[in-house]
Design a protein around this ligand. Structure first.
Ligand code: AR6
Length: 179
């Protein structure tokens, strides 16, 4: 059984731009169209280039986009990361429309894809905590809980990095990780 210290060593917190992370895969906070948008989605498509969008279009043609809580995988195009796992977070609607369970599904389904594709290093942004309005402390608590649970049961990914953009989210994650 892995100890708490083992798990802590496998989780990192970085403040910066997720498109610059040199990891096996970064997670994108996408929307169900998979055709790009603003926020981190826009940044990932700009940095990844047309290859990422083309693969998203192919997935869309095959399965009609991506449902809230689900995840799909493409290569990373021009990104330093080899792959992008696109997941669709819930829009915050007060918290009684299944948002916590849907957000937890985003983390679990992304981790599942990383394990399935043997991706050793994975980086997450704060899914739903921008345009979709999820309160940051509650979202961070779910992110940390789901990642700890997954790493406790799986050897891959070996490490998970939480990439926070803003100071507020950095403080919120520091607190969630300390609990
Ligand atoms: N690196 C890391 N984190 C970032 C970056 C970056 N380059 N840019 C923003 N963030 P958001 P959502 C943080 O709005 O709330 C899009 O239009 C940001 O500070 O990107 O899930 C999609 O197409 C915030 O904490 O995603 C959807 O329509 C977090 O990433 C919709 O937005 C997520 O903010 C998804 O909204």
């Amino acid at each position: 059984m892995p100890t708490d210290a083992d798990l802590t060593a496998r989780i990192r917190l970085v403040q910066g731009d997720i498109t610059r992370q040199t990891v096996a895969a970064i997670v994108n906070a996408a929307n169900s169209s998979l055709l790009g948008g603003g926020g981190v989605d826009g940044a990932i498509h700009r940095a990844g280039g047309p290859q990422v969008l083309e693969e998203c279009r192919q997935i869309r043609a095959r399965q009609g986009g991506c449902k809230t809580g689900a995840a799909v995988i493409t290569t990373g195009g021009r990104l330093p990361a080899g792959h992008v796992i696109h997941t669709v977070g819930p829009v915050w609607n007060g918290g009684h429309k299944g948002e916590p369970e849907l957000l937890a599904s985003c983390y679990r389904n992304s981790l599942h894809l990383a394990t399935e594709h043997n991706l050793e290093t994975l980086a997450f942004p704060g899914i739903s905590t921008g345009i979709y309005g999820y309160p940051k402390p509650e979202a961070a608590a779910i992110a940390v809980r789901e990642v700890r649970q997954w790493l406790g049961a799986h050897a891959v990914p070996a490490t998970v990095t939480f990439v926070v953009f803003d100071d507020e989210n950095r403080r919120v994650y520091e607190q969630a990780l300390a609990e």
